[in-house]
Design a protein around this ligand. Structure first.
Ligand code: PEP
Ligand code: MN
Length: 302
């Protein structure tokens, strides 16, 4: 893989690709990695969808979500348990469910036969989170927490690596290389899913929207890396009415997977109520996305 190097320093250079990301860089233009997580293939024709509430709020809520996500055709149940909440004070309104949440998430996934994914923030919780999940998510705030990336990589489990909200493509792929290096040490192909979740921008079109979905990074990343690339329109838009169009557009842009937040009662979601979709909205989106996927030779049906 060589790229136009007329503007070295702007982002990735040929030297970066050859020397700093040898494991995540494409070896030929049509080199694309496929990996399977709990029987679901990433990087192939299927566009897996990961859906669920921001927080595994209660045992009943996560089970309710699991049933609705399964019925709508989602492939993974996702929910936060250990949450990177922006400020340190906990109350009835702002809380994490931590170890309890993990138990609920795992049982809800098992109850409906769905694999689960959740965020991992603490090195000393990696074994615990790994025992309860099928895929480990690294959040935007930890994309450059290199010791965490290395330790998570050592588990040899599939990892979803969210892009830091201020990170360049170069930063992101070099962070992925930390995980890929550990997967390589274990003798496996890298099982890493890159997730674009919105970047900081001067203009976000609403005062409450903090980020902009960088759809252009999907083909830009795919030009350089063989890893699958996905998007997260919920966190990117931070505004539910824009999620549907950004889900459809992500498929058009070539996203290899999608995630979004769904809640039985969005207005009363414990975290991020502005961006989460209702069960009905989610089910409708799943219907609307299938013909778009088919138009480009892909599918949402496993
Ligand atoms: C999340 O997925 O719930 C989350 C906290 O995302 P991000 O790291 O993208 O903010
Ligand atoms: Mn969230």
């Amino acid at each position: 893989m060589t790229i136009d190097n007329k503007f070295p320093g702007k982002d990735l250079t040929d030297d970066d690709i050859a020397g700093k990301i040898p494991l995540v860089a494409k070896k030929t233009p049509d080199h694309n990695t496929k990996f399977t997580c709990a029987g679901i293939e990433f990087g192939g024709d299927l566009i897996p969808v990961m859906a669920g509430p921001n927080l595994a709020e209660t045992e009943a809520l996560i089970l309710d979500c699991a049933k609705a996500m399964k019925a709508a055709g989602a492939h993974f149940l996702r929910a936060g348990c250990f949450k990177p909440l922006t400020f340190p004070y906990r109350s009835e309104k702002f809380f994490e469910t931590r170890e309890k949440g993990l138990e609920w998430l795992k049982s809800a996934g098992e109850a409906v036969g769905m694999p689960v994914v959740t965020e991992i923030m603490h090195i000393d919780k990696i074994d615990l989170v790994a025992e309860h999940t099928d895929m480990l998510q690294i959040g935007t705030r930890n994309m450059q927490n290199y010791p965490l990336l290395t330790e998570v990589g050592k588990k040899g489990m599939p990892v979803m690596l969210k892009r830091g909200y201020g990170a360049s493509l170069r930063d992101w792929l070099m962070a992925a290389e930390y995980i890929a290096l550990e997967h390589d040490n274990l003798g496996m192909e890298p099982a890493i899913l890159l997730c674009e979740r919105g970047v900081v921008a001067n203009h976000t079109h609403r005062s409450s929207s903090r980020f902009l979905l960088d759809l252009q990074v999907v083909p830009a990343a795919q030009e350089v890396t063989h890893l699958p690339v996905m998007t997260d329109p919920s966190h990117a838009t931070f505004w539910q009415p824009w999620v549907r169009s950004m889900m459809l557009a992500s498929i058009g842009a070539g996203a290899d997977a999608l995630m979004l937040e769904v809640h039985p009662d969005p207005k009363n979601a414990a975290v991020d109520p502005l961006q989460c979709s209702s069960f009905e909205q989610f089910a409708e989106m799943m219907q609307a996305m299938q013909p778009v996927a088919e138009a480009i030779g892909r599918t949402l049906k496993a």
